[in-house]
Design a protein around this ligand. Structure first.
Ligand code: NAD
Ligand code: UGA
Length: 459
């Protein structure tokens, strides 16, 4: 497994738990040294424990020596990063450099499997690169895109909706099917296709999921202005089996290391092949604007420009159950608040260290390890990640500790009636008005300020 990151470590540990001998390799020697000492470079629930088990059983090892590690391999997975270039296209340099690093060391019958998310045609191009570095001795390159989600990666590997394998010859497809037999025997569908189709499936799947999120965020905006409740609307449309209930949760804009970069790469690929993807191009802009709009909602409510207000950000990871902050909403929203004159405090149960690294030393964010200390004295609190710690927090205590009353819940973690009972001015997504009447009862009962009301003029 070349690349010991979120995908490489999870896939490596999961294959080892199926009984295979796995070596996870990385160019980052410090990372490999840590892994050998049992220090995890990332947070993924259950992964540390699975790795300890697999190492004890002898099926999992680590190495920084790429050449030696592939010398007796039957399958060599490339699970290195494929970040965006500055113009939104895909940077394949890590894939190419990993391919070059293994080319001369591969046994003739090894199959190279591209697990990284790559654009159409990459498997074929990698096969050419490897074969030219081996003086023409050809190696088969398969495409096996990964669909796991951070935070539930192990379960996603073991109970995948499908395994997609692209291979341009039957022998490779058969070997790959045999490799995955422990999973297909349990009923997981195996989709055998060409390498180009497998590469396109990965991008099309991510683009479609991202579209669902962008769509429900826009629906939430209508609900706010029209007096609707996005939770009810999402439920009502999601019960249609052709639509499905998943990925209809409004939020602060999708983030992470995948949807933002993969939608950009899909749009760039469309242009390259003369088939532009206007839906996806619009989605990319909408998602960027979403973060900006939500930051400005906070600024407008606080009237903060030029005034010394403090906002506490709860959650900097791009979603719960991960320490990954790549393209997280928080990392976009924090600087906008700061430019609006706001002092920012932040808390995250797992992602503080990566966020500090990403934001840099002079970022001016005040970090807190304890969430109640973080909200103490704040004029507003904004929940940006759906951690259970926040879902379970004591709102009454939060309201008492705060200097102001504004709770911006950009993950819809709380029932509005519960939040306002504690005297908070509650701003959630897509649920602003519809319950106003119901809320009045709570507010009149001494519950303090009600929901933020938005003018609705149906006629
Ligand atoms: P990551 O950044 O966590 O890990 C990549 C690792 O590869 C790093 O540790 C890096 O040091 C190492 N690396 C880079 N060049 C190398 C080389 N030449 N030899 C050996 N190691 C090298 O990345 P990730 O999140 O695991 O993503 C990997 C790929 O999988 C990407 O293409 C991503 O789009 C795709 N993917 C990611 C997820 C996810 O949830 N993170 C899910 C599905 C697909
Ligand atoms: C996503 C896909 O779900 C995986 O199938 C895929 O393998 C992976 O990208 C990838 O290609 O790397 P991941 O990025 O880990 O997985 O996380 P998701 O759960 O998909 O969430 C992505 C973003 O969308 C997060 O910011 C999340 O908060 C947001 N989201 C998700 C919503 O705002 N609403 C939803 O209903 C679902």
């Amino acid at each position: 497994m070349i690349g010991a990151g979120y995908v490489g470590l999870t896939t490596g540990a999961c294959f080892a738990s199926l009984g295979y001998n796995v070596c996870c390799v990385d160019i980052d020697e410090g990372r490999i040294a840590d892994l050998e000492k049992g220090i995890m470079p990332i947070y993924e629930p259950g992964l540390a424990e699975l790795m300890v088990e697999s190492r004890k059983a002898g099926g999992l090892r680590f190495s920084a020596d790429i050449g030696a590690s592939v010398a007796d391999a039957n399958f060599v997975f490339l699970a290195v990063g494929t970040p965006s270039t500055t113009d939104g296209d895909i940077d394949l340099s890590f894939v190419v450099s990993a391919a070059r690093g293994i080319a001369q060391h591969l046994p003739d019958n090894a199959i190279v499997v591209i697990k990284s998310t790559v654009v159409a045609g990459t498997a074929k191009a990698v096969a050419e690169i490897i074969s030219s570095d081996r003086a023409g001795r050809r190696i088969t390159v398969a495409s096996n895109p990964e669909f796991l989600r951070e935070g539930s990666a192990i379960a996603d590997f073991r109970n995948a909706d499908r395994i997609v394998v692209g291979a341009d010859d039957e022998g490779t497809a058969r070997s790959m099917k045999e490799l995955y037999r422990p999973l297909t025997e349990r009923g997981i569908p195996f989709v055998a296709t060409s390498t180009i189709d497998a590469e396109l499936i990965k991008y099309a799947a991510n683009a479609f999921l991202a579209l669902k999120i962008g769509f429900i965020n826009d629906v939430a905006n209508i609900c706010e202005n029209a007096g609707g409740d996005v939770t009810a609307v999402a439920k009502g449309i999601g019960l249609d089996q052709r639509i499905g209930p998943a990925f209809l949760q409004p939020g602060p804009g999708f983030g992470g290391s995948c949807f933002p970069k993969d939608t950009r790469a899909f749009a760039a690929t469309g242009k390259r092949f003369g088939a532009p993807q206007p839906l996806i191009e619009t989605l990319i802009n909408c998602n960027e604007n979403r973060k900006n709009d939500l930051a400005h909602r906070i600024l407008e409510v606080l009237g903060a420009r030029g005034q010394a207000k403090t906002v506490t950000i709860l959650g900097v990871a791009f979603k719960a159950e991960t320490d990954d902050v790549r393209e997280s909403a928080a990392l976009s929203i924090i600087p906008i608040l700061q430019r609006g004159g706001v002092s920012v405090r932040a808390h995250d149960p797992k992602a503080q260290a990566p966020a500090r690294r990403m934001l840099g030393a002079g970022a001016g964010v005040e970090w807190h390890d304890d969430l109640y200390t973080a909200v103490n004295g704040a004029d507003a609190v904004a929940v940006l990640t759906e951690w259970d710690d926040y879902r379970r927090m004591n709102l009454s205590r939060v309201a008492d500790l705060m200097n102001g009353h504004h709770l911006f819940d950009f993950r819809n973690l709380f029932k509005p009636e519960k939040a306002i009972c504690h005297g908070l001015v509650y701003h959630s997504l897509g649920r602003a008005v519809g319950r106003a009447e119901k809320m009045k009862a709570y507010a009149q009962g001494g519950g303090g300020p009600a929901l933020i009301e938005v003018a609705a003029s149906p006629l």
